[in-house]
Design a protein around this ligand. Structure first.
Ligand code: NIG
Ligand code: FE
Length: 418
């Protein structure tokens, strides 16, 4: 797409670009320029190569800062009610995550709070967290259901997720996670619950346009491989993509299963086996690494990053924002932890929240890098070099966020004046 003299909405000048568009590296262009037409990137490159006839309606002075793709948080459970700091305290006193789940706490506690919450109240509670991600340059957000576990409550969560995409400058990808836990009314009848998920919830929520993808929690304290496969085959029948919480607390061979269903991603992966890696590589399934959950559960087994790298599997990085295992609303902290805890390079961490996160959501053709034709989703950072984004702990150097070409900064306490 070429910007024409009479049709270029905005031009960014006096910026360094990290395009993330190459196979490796940041794709740095020092003293670059980027043009936007119809909400999409229409030209980018070194400023000296800028087409001479370009006559933009608005020119933004990037003040020498760095422009990256808008960040993508590709794995969150951000729509929920209440919190579980009581369980945090209990775990620090010696109880395990599994102990708490078996005692009726854990996911079940958040399900009770979320069911009891009105849709408006759920929206209010959730958007406090969403705004924190927005202020850190996030322009695309995946939101899972899974704290409702009955049709109406799951629909409520997914409607709130869609509404977040309407009321905030964010692309929202919704994921139906009905197979997150067995609700109390189905206790001891997991197969019956899975049948209800497959035969009733999934088709009903899909018919309401609420589902972009389907996930499940395949684990000792979640669902078996057979139950997970039932969900996947019902999902495939509707033509929707799958992904999976796999190998988080044990090796349940979930990664190989989701790969066999050409899944978008296998997520967590601390206990991922060589067979799982081979299957993911074969089927193009991305890895989503969630260092916040690893940290918060004080896990010690790290995902096999070196083997994933060797197999050239795209590694995304996400917050896993949820009240039980990762009450985290900082994508930058997730990037830092991916480096310090999992030994990703800062460049891999940024790829993990841009181009590889887009891959994990199946939207890499339109999002995730600074590439002509892709959505003009950008973040502007007051940093010296791209590795600063993974380096600092608790800093937020984001100066501006651009969504589909428009600057959208009401969530900042500082104003960008460029
Ligand atoms: O991604 N593993 C399952 N789901 C969440 C935890 C949910 C919870 O404890 O509330 C996770 O870690
Ligand atoms: Fe999760």
């Amino acid at each position: 797409m070429k910007p024409s003299a009479d049709h270029c909405e905005a031009l960014w000048l006096n910026v360094n670009l990290a395009t993330l568009s190459a196979q490796s590296g940041y794709g740095e262009i020092l003293d670059g320029a980027l043009a936007i037409t119809d909400g999409k990137i229409s030209w980018l490159g070194p400023r000296v190569d800028l087409p001479k006839n370009l006559n933009a309606k608005i020119t933004h002075d990037g003040q020498g800062h760095w422009l990256t793709p808008g960040l993508i948080d590709c794995h969150t459970h951000i729509v929920y009610a209440g919190n579980r700091s009581n369980e945090f305290e209990a775990r620090l006193g010696g109880a395990s995550y599994e102990d708490i789940a078996h005692a009726g706490g854990g996911i079940a506690a958040t399900v009770a709070a979320t069911r009891a919450c009105s849709e408006d109240e759920l929206f209010e509670q959730s958007t406090i967290r969403v705004k924190r991600l927005l202020s850190e340059g996030v322009t695309t957000l995946e939101i899972k259901s899974g704290y409702g576990l009955d049709i109406e409550s799951e629909a409520k969560i997914l409607r709130v997720a869609r509404r977040i995409g309407v009321q905030f400058p964010l692309d929202i990808q919704t994921t139906f996670l009905g197979a997150h836990a067995v609700p109390t009314e189905y206790r001891g009848r997991a197969d019956d619950y899975i049948a209800m998920v497959c035969d009733q919830m999934l088709p009903a929520l899909h018919a309401q346009g609420l589902i972009d993808a389907v996930d499940a929690f395949c684990e000792n304290i979640g669902f078996t491989l057979t139950q997970t496969e039932r969900v996947f085959s019902a999902t495939k029948a509707l033509g929707l993509p799958v992904k999976l919480h796999a190998e988080q607390l044990s090796d349940s061979s979930g990664a190989a299963l989701v790969a066999r269903y050409n899944g978008l991603s296998a997520d967590h992966l601390e206990y991922l086996s060589p067979a799982g890696i081979a299957a993911m590589a074969k089927h193009g399934t991305a890895a989503v690494l969630l260092p916040g959950a690893f940290y918060f559960l004080r896990e010690t087994k790290v995902p096999p990053v070196e083997a994933l790298r060797a197999a050239k599997i795209p590694m995304a990085v996400a917050t896993d924002c949820n009240p039980g295992t990762s009450p985290m609303t900082s994508i930058l902290l997730a990037m830092n932890m991916a480096c310090t805890l999992f030994r990703l390079t800062p460049c891999e961490a940024l790829q993990g929240t841009t181009i590889h996160a887009a891959r994990a959501l199946g939207i890499a053709d339109t999002h995730g890098s600074l590439t002509p034709g892709k959505s003009a989703d950008l973040a502007l950072w007051a940093i010296d070099r791209p590795s600063d984004l993974s380096y600092a702990i608790g800093a937020n150097p984001c100066m501006a966020v651009v969504k589909a070409g428009e600057i959208s900064n009401p969530y900042f306490d500082r104003k960008f004046a460029g």
